[in-house]
Design a protein around this ligand. Structure first.
Ligand SMILES: [Zn+2]
Length: 63
């Protein structure tokens, strides 16, 4: 299955057609890079990027 990324938050969606974070169906297959957040409260990347749910995110979503 092709991975999709949420256009709202960049979350990588591996199953289904809905973002598990913001529940939107606004997904895209055009994104660049993947960043993985394990512990949002301890992660500098999470703070910088504004992600607060652990998981895989696209570095850049092409809208
Ligand atoms: Zn989302």
């Amino acid at each position: 299955m092709v991975e999709k990324a949420c256009k709202q938050c960049g979350r990588i969606i591996e199953e289904g057609n809905e973002c598990v974070v913001c529940k939107t169906k606004d997904l895209t297959t055009t994104f660049k890079g993947i960043l993985i957040i394990f512990d949002a409260s301890e992660s500098e990347i999470a703070k910088i990027s504004g992600k607060n749910v652990p998981g895989k995110y696209a570095v850049k979503v092409i809208k």
